[in-house]
Design a protein around this ligand. Structure first.
Ligand SMILES: CC(C)(COP(=O)(O)OP(=O)(O)OC[C@H]1O[C@@H](n2cnc3c(N)ncnc32)[C@H](O)[C@@H]1OP(=O)(O)O)[C@@H](O)C(=O)NCCC(=O)NCCS
Length: 219
């Protein structure tokens, strides 16, 4: 997805990101993964693909205080400067992109970053030859289910007592074929709407500071 003119970048997760990922992980999940599990995913698991959403640093350096202003304008009541706003990952196995995790820093939620990460993962899965995407989600996790449903994931099954911490059931949710016209027509529309939403929320004076094309000139 084209992120020109926006204050976010999506990049592969690096080993040096694990400490900050763990901060978000602990704030996001009742049974967080360990740092060791993330290091395994990054260093040893050839099937895994992990991405992070970061603030746009190089541009921010052009003006001190840039991020403080962006945060104020976006209504983020955080926080010290951060390097990671959210992350997500999937395993690609036999053409199936199995989304293993997605989380956004709590104070940055409801600003399109989870959606941006999901879009980036689905785009990468297609690029790598993935045929469909699937995942498990807690039956109580309405926010995540709503995100997945928006992107065409349908409930296809249940894994009883899947989560050991509370014995909660997992819903299995799966997309249509990622390259099918049925999936792609909705996906392209949602991507365009997301970009528009992010551009509108990003303050105009900050776009000037970034010295990037104005939203109206960016496709
Ligand atoms: C799920 C999660 C990643 C969503 O991230 P986010 O950045 O807040 O989501 P976005 O702002 O991109 O929202 C995109 C869509 O998700 C859905 N959504 C997100 N938060 C929601 C909420 N609290 N209630 C209902 N729907 C919600 C909506 O459909 C929304 O689309 P809309 O803006 O058109 O209504 C975030 O809530 C999170 O980190 N949760 C904790 C970790 C977790 O549960 N991960 C999922 C594991 S399966």
């Amino acid at each position: 997805m084209n992120l020109n003119g926006l204050p976010y970048v999506i990049e592969p997760m690096q080993l040096r990101d694990v400490a900050e990922v763990m901060e978000i992980e602990r704030l996001s999940f009742p049974s967080p993964w360990s740092a060791r599990a993330y290091r395994y995913e990054l260093q040893e698991n050839n099937l895994s693909h992990y991405l992070v959403a970061r603030p746009q640093r190089p541009l921010a350096r052009k003006e001190p205080g840039f991020w403080a202003r962006v945060q104020r304008s976006l209504g983020v009541t955080a926080s010290p400067e951060v390097n990671i706003l959210g992350y997500g990952g999937f395993w690609l196995m036999a053409g199936e992109a199995h989304i293993s995790t997605i989380a956004v820093r709590p104070e940055w939620r409801r600003r399109g970053i989870g959606e941006l990460l999901l879009v980036a993962m689905l785009e990468l899965a297609v690029e790598l030859g993935g045929d469909l995407a699937t995942l498990e989600v807690r039956v109580s996790n309405v926010a995540a289910q709503s995100l997945y449903q928006k992107y065409g994931f349908a409930k296809v099954g249940l894994r009883p007592h899947y989560y050991r911490d509370r014995g909660e059931d997992a819903l299995i949710m799966t997309t249509k074929r990622l390259t099918s016209a049925a999936f792609q027509s909705g996906f392209q529309r949602l991507k365009a709407e997301l970009r528009q939403k992010l551009v509108e929320r990003f303050p105009a004076q900050s776009q000037e500071v970034l010295d990037l094309p104005s939203p109206s000139t960016v496709p």
